[in-house]
Design a protein. Structure first.
Length: 112
């Protein structure tokens, strides 16, 4: 009976350690996403400020249209950059959780 209790204790301890690792990974992801969101918000606000100043100094409709088109391109680039970074964070998180849970890495097959 003592051996069963010892095995039960080891399994429980491993489960607790795995949950602590998963919780740590979750907080890490939240921190990284919060930092990414703050950085993106600052970037968008900075870009809007610059674009607004340029638009206020425009003297004709052609210049206004050109500046608006450039602002749209800049916003699109920032949105793509944000998306790429968010995807990187999610893929890194997936890989670290797969390691904790013992799943094979994507694109890699277990040895036979």
């Amino acid at each position: 009976m003592n051996q069963v209790a010892q095995q039960f204790k080891q399994v429980n301890q491993a489960g607790v350690e795995a949950m602590a690792t998963v919780a740590g990974a979750a907080f890490s992801v939240m921190e990284r996403m919060a930092a990414l969101n703050l950085s993106a918000a600052r970037g968008f606000l900075r870009q809007r400020q610059l674009s607004s100043r340029k638009l206020l100094s425009a003297r004709d409709a052609r210049t206004v249209l050109s500046l608006q088109a450039q602002a749209l391109i800049d916003d699109s680039k920032q949105a793509m950059d944000y998306s790429q970074r968010a995807i990187e964070i999610s893929l890194q998180t997936r890989d670290s959780l797969n390691k904790v849970l013992g799943y094979p890495q994507p694109g890699r097959f277990p040895a036979q």
